[in-house]
Design a protein around this ligand. Sequence first.
Ligand code: PMP
Ligand code: GLN
Length: 383
Amino acid sequence: LVARMRNFGTTIFAEMSALATRTGAINLGQGFPDADGPPAMLEAAVESIRSGGNQYPPGPGLPELREAVAAERAERYGLAYDPATEVYVTVGATEAIATTILALAEAGDEVIVFEPFYDSYAATIALAGAVRRPVTLRPDGGRFTFDPDELRAAVGPRTRLILVNSPHNPAGTVFTREELETIAAVCREHDLVAVTDEVYEYLTFDATEHIPLASLEGMRERTVAISSAGKTFSVTGWKTGWVTAPAPYVRAVQTVKQFMTYTSSAPYQRAVAYALGNELPWVEELRKSLEAKRDRLISGLETAGFTTFRPQGTYFVQADIRPLGFTDGFELARALPEKAGVVAIPSQVFYDDAEAGRPFVRFAFCKREDVIDQAVERLARLR
Ligand code: PMP
Ligand code: GLN
């Protein structure tokens, strides 16, 4: 294995899901829903296979999906993208993140990431030979946010990209307009490109609005925005995502992607195009049910003795383990199947500053109510 990848071993999600399988524990670790997406969308994928949609689609994606994405961006955010040149379909958001970073960061360039950061950011920045510059999100009034001065101090002469994940996994933060304005000002001032991971864009709670960074002044022209059907339509195994960006950035992504996977799976694209046009009411029901599940999990975790941070979006809760007398989230997560029959993710793995992440574990609530109830009943034994 090349030196720059040697620190990356096995992803925490694979490790913890294997632990859940091995021990029979309830898996509130890896974030995947335990209910399927909209039935008519599933049917559309089956129908696409039956009707011969099984050969290579065009590299940029099926025109019908690119058109559906452009229509959805325009309708939902008032952002106009040309489906022919400014929308590109990828193998999930993961490939979109990787190809964007590989396409835009030179070896030695610096990439700003807010920590805790989704694990693939660090690995793909390393793969590119670039250097990550973390800016830490810290608890402030029950929610994780950043210090604008720390963000400004992180920018240097080699800074090229800033990765912005909102709604944020695992912190649950949805950046406010004010926070986004701070980020946008830094981008404009230092001529940075923003890469926005918006995979949880539809999953926000308490009437919190998701604001795309590209919608702020001067940002559309310097933002590569990333979405995924996996989260929006509860089909994480379909690995269908997309990039929307100005044409030069899309061409850069294309140059890299065409030699990685060339194109993305055809039948799912047809089904997702259908869903973007017809199943957004279903997504609103999903959102509402997740909001109720969030409240259910939080109340159970608080009863069990954790301090929780109420997420404004995503399907994850970060919990502080210190009130229960534990200090190290990694140790607790490894012992949790045996102690309580539950699997969680130690948030520490998403931090460079291990101290900042040590007291937190992440629980997923994209699960049936009875599964959540059983998990919190078990966690109550930790006291
Ligand atoms: N970004 C974030 C913040 C995520 O949580 C995930 C996955 N769960 C991804 C990207 C990857 O999405 P996909 O499965 O579409 O590759
Ligand atoms: N994004 C999901 C999570 O955060 C899982 C993704 C994965 O398994 N790589 O849990």
